[in-house]
Design a protein around this ligand. Structure first.
Ligand code: ADP
Ligand code: ZN
Length: 191
């Protein structure tokens, strides 16, 4: 990557579930550590997939993160010496996260965000589309479709083994649900 040197910027790492977003975020943040740059990593409280306090990838890599309820809390937790701000599962934040990312980049910080580009319906997810438009760098990663082995760009939601309906809420607490990576052809949404 031909890198900007004397201002901040926004990097977005996106794609469906299992495409390696957390893995890639962790990889970039490890290199930040090696460069002895001061970093803070955040995640929304809603994501407690494996751990409340860490960013954890599906292959078991982890890095410490600060869980926050609202985007504004990120500003309270950093200081003027913070050089890098990492944010995982950014799709679960309100649109307030967009101006926070812009502000941090304007202040000269490197802002690395990772999150789903689409919800289970295949529709753009929360603040991610606008972050993609505003970012200096974008990486769209692919998973492997569990049905056919093609590159997967979508996240399939299954409720009791059946494709979820379009009208099912994006966040459904307590249901027996599973998510898997699928390609455009194999992705199914019930009407
Ligand atoms: P994300 O943050 O995008 O959900 P992770 O970084 O947590 O992804 O996990 C990526 C890892 O998930 C891969 O390196 C691989 O080991 C594992 N994995 C499991 N299922 C799949 C799949 N269908 N396609 C690709 N990787 C998968
Ligand atoms: Zn497929």
């Amino acid at each position: 990557m031909y890198q900007i040197n004397n201002t901040g910027w926004i990097e977005v790492i996106t794609g469906p579930m299992y495409c390696g977003k957390s893995e890639e975020l962790i990889r970039r943040l490890r290199r930040v550590e090696i460069a002895r740059q001061k970093a803070h990593v955040f995640k929304p409280v809603i994501d407690n997939r494996y751990s409340n306090k860490d960013v954890v990838s599906h292959n078991g890599e982890r890095i410490e993160a600060i869980p926050v309820n609202h985007p504004e809390e990120i500003l309270q937790r950093i200081d003027k010496n913070t050089e890098v701000v990492g944010i995982d599962e950014v799709q679960f934040f309100s649109n307030g996260i967009i101006s926070i990312c812009e502000q941090l980049a304007d202040e000269g910080k490197r802002v690395i965000v990772a999150g789903l580009d689409r919800d289970f319906r295949g529709e753009p997810f929360g603040p991610v589309p606008e972050l993609l438009a505003r970012a200096e760098y974008v990486d769209k990663l692919h998973a492997i479709c569990v049905k056919c082995g093609e590159l997967a760009s979508r996240t399939q939601r299954l409720i009791d083994g059946e494709p979820a309906s379009y009208d099912d809420p994006v966040i459904m607490v307590g249901a027996e649900e599973v998510y898997e990576a699928r390609c455009r052809k194999c992705h199914e949404v019930k009407n």
